[in-house]
Design a protein around this ligand. Structure first.
Ligand code: ATP
Length: 290
């Protein structure tokens, strides 16, 4: 098939000498329910990825292609069946240097918003006043200062998601893993949060792995978009976005490069979904409009 653009892409990133890979996945395989009576789900097959230091990388792909599984393996919450995962040259270990924003927000229901964020900082900041100041700074950043003393049940889903983001960011981790952190947030707040995230990431230059279903969001935020395909979950290509930063100073979406990348990625995702027997849209005739 001919795609509308030929973006800079490669199956596996090789980090330049000046920016050594911070996260490395080599030949990673993961099957859920392997060896059980019914054949297991191959969530990841031969996944190879090298995320350069200080890079913002989006993981994009249809439902079930293994995006969350990649994050959980990088985080150390899940062990691969085979292959190697290295974070800064060592096996992954959950800890304060790694922030994780889950799809489910996992807030403590009996603790206030401030309490939730402070709780994440107990190990990193022993001093109570300092801890509170840090928590308040990040609560303000996600626009929830007025709700610092409220409980999670008093907040909307989108607001709870912002608390989860504040909690992960407040730790100021070297590696930030985010699983659709803006999925429940309304469109306007989402745009503001995207900008805030970019500002924070630029200031700290941490590594970010960001899972999203939104093509626009994937391009807008990332240095590289990792396109994944389902059944079995695998990496299809890694695309260098190549749009100038900072991206909040100009209309990124109006750039020719953005428009081309968007069309290319949509085309690929549409093709993947329509050709995937496991998809609800398998075989449908959804014209490309081109
Ligand atoms: N704990 C589990 N037990 C069994 N199968 C699982 C488990 N977790 C994930 N899977 C399966 O592995 C595959 C990859 O799942 P994963 O959640 O990583 O995909 P995803 O791309 O993040 O999906 P989505 O975009 O819908 O969140 C899917 O087929 C899923 O059903």
């Amino acid at each position: 098939m001919n795609y509308p653009v030929a973006p800079t892409s490669h199956a596996m990133t090789s980090a330049p000498a000046t920016a050594p890979a911070r996260i490395v996945l080599e030949g990673v395989n993961k099957t859920f329910g392997a060896g059980e009576k019914n054949a297991g789900t191959v969530a990841l097959k031969d996944v190879n990825l090298a995320v350069p230091d200080r890079a913002f990388v989006s993981l994009l792909g249809p439902s079930g292609c293994g995006k969350t599984t990649v994050l959980r393996i990088v985080n150390g919450l899940l062990a691969p069946d085979s292959g190697r995962v290295l974070i800064s040259g060592a096996p992954p270990r959950p800890g304060p240097n790694m922030g994780f924003v889950f799809q489910s927000f996992r807030l403590i229901p009996w603790s206030t918003i401030r309490g939730n964020v402070e709780f994440a900082l107990v190990d990193a900041i022993p001093d109570r006043a300092e801890r509170r100041a840090r928590a308040d700074r990040y609560i303000e950043l996600v626009g929830l200062s007025r709700f610092a003393d409220a409980y999670p049940s008093e907040l909307s889903g989108g607001m709870r998601q912002r608390v989860a983001l504040a909690r992960a960011l407040a730790v100021e981790p070297d590696i930030l893993l985010m699983d659709e952190p803006f999925a429940s947030i309304d469109a306007q707040t989402r745009e503001l949060m995207q900008m805030e995230l970019m500002r924070l990431w630029s200031a700290r230059q941490s590594v970010a792995l960001f899972v999203t279903h939104s093509v626009d969001e994937a391009i807008l935020l990332a240095d590289q978009v990792v396109l994944m395909g389902p059944r079995p979950g695998r990496i299809l290509e890694v695309i260098d976005v190549g749009l100038e930063r900072p991206r909040w100073t100009y209309d990124v979406r109006a750039e020719k490069r953005f428009i081309e990348l968007r069309a290319y990625l949509w085309d690929r995702i549409r093709t993947l979904v329509l050709n995937d027997p496991g998809s609800d849209f398998y075989g449908r005739d959804l014209g490309t409009g081109r």
